[in-house]
Design a protein around this ligand. Structure first.
Ligand code: UFG
Length: 339
């Protein structure tokens, strides 16, 4: 019998790619998602890619009664991968309580439901935002956590702490994966990132500009202390991230983890500037991206890239895709969207 893995937020961007990889590895995937920032048809797209429809329940993690009832109906879940959360940095600064309530209550309810159901393995979707602007680059897991620049970032750090406390006090075994900047889409272009309204993130804004949906890409600041003055990030292909989640849940199921709460950075180890991204996109697609330099965006850090050494050695995971592949797949996905 295939082991059952619960994926919260499984209809979302990273959750859907991870659900595909889990199914392809032979796991039975159960998705819960409140569809607040995802579409139900993603479930059918996952089925198209893998040949098997994941079990889907529309459910809000803030509703603990529904969540307990869900675990009662599925008493044999081997582990959970927890993506479900609000994720807009910008929105979180305007509506902090929405973020604290949803992201913290959802995580606490999940932990309570898992404890009650004797489900002890959890992989948590965290972010390099917990490092703020690090003092040293590349940033390793040893780097001190800093005050986040946004309520969203704070919720990631706080959830990591809640999970660590629960793992120390109970039988929970947890891995927090700190993503750098996920971009790109599944090679089939059947699933990808679906930003609602005007995108906040660089790559969806760029592909929409290239597609003629946006007038011009704004490059936020050209006076940073970087090789061309624009901000540097460690971009990582969403398929590589999905594969890291598979490795992480396997590590827990096989009891190979070395502590009850572990953290791993997920990045390529290479940083690229905003101008590097624009030029590489133009090179691999042959499509021009109209852009203009504007002021810095409030709250942006200058530069960050990962030391992925711990994930390479301990998880046996290494990013396979380079920037060309990431941007090519993001463009293929954009072109597949009709509206
Ligand atoms: N940028 C632009 N123009 C845009 C959008 C972004 O120039 O229209 C620049 C930003 O200034 C930054 C880079 O592109 O230098 C990347 O910006 P993103 O918005 O794509 O990503 P961030 O690094 O700001 O944020 C991401 C995730 C967050 C996470 C954060 C952690 O979206 O969820 O990384 O550092 F918290």
């Amino acid at each position: 019998m295939a082991e059952k893995i619960l994926v919260t937020g499984g209809a979302g961007y990273i959750g859907s790619h991870t659900s595909v990889v889990l199914q392809e590895a032979g796991y039975e995937v159960l998705i819960i998602d409140n569809l607040s920032n995802a579409r139900a048809e993603v479930i059918d797209r996952i089925a198209e890619i893998t040949g098997k429809k994941p079990d889907f329940t529309q459910l809000d993690l803030c509703n603990s009664e529904d969540l307990h009832a869900f675990f009662d109906r599925h008493p044999d879940i081997a582990g959970a991968i927890h993506f479900a959360a609000h994720k807009s940095v910008n929105e979180s600064s305007r509506f902090p309580l929405k973020y604290y309530h949803n992201n913290l209550a959802g995580t606490i309810n999940l932990l309570q439901a898992m404890e009650r159901a004797n489900c002890h393995n959890l992989v948590f979707s965290s972010s390099c935002t917990v490092y703020g602007q690090p003092d040293q680059l590349p940033v390793s897991e040893e780097a001190p956590l800093k005050k986040a620049f946004s309520p969203y970032g704070n919720t990631k750090r706080m959830c990591e702490e809640i999970i660590r406390d629960q793992a120390e006090a109970n039988s929970l075994q947890a891995i927090a994966l700190r993503y750098f900047n996920p971009i790109g889409a599944h090679e089939s272009a059947r699933i990808g990132e679906l930003p609602l309204g005007v995108p906040n993130n660089l790559v969806p804004y760029l592909t929409q500009t290239a597609a003629g949906k946006r007038e011009s890409l704004k490059v936020f600041g050209q006076d940073y202390s970087t090789h061309d003055g624009t901000g540097i990030r460690d971009y990582i292909h969403v398929t590589d991230l999905a594969e890291a989640h598979l490795k992480a849940i396997k590590r827990l199921l096989k009891k190979e983890n070395k502590a009850s709460a572990e953290v791993f950075n997920l990045g390529t180890g290479t940083g690229y500037s905003v101008m590097d991204i624009i030029r590489t996109f133009e090179k691999v697609t042959g499509v021009r991206v109209k852009h203009e330099i504007t002021d810095r965006r409030a709250g942006d850090i200058e530069k960050v890239w990962a030391d992925p050494g711990k994930a390479n050695q301990e998880l046996g995971w290494k990013a396979r895709f380079g920037l060309d592949d990431m941007l090519r797949s993001a463009w293929k996905w954009e072109q597949s969207l009709k509206e």
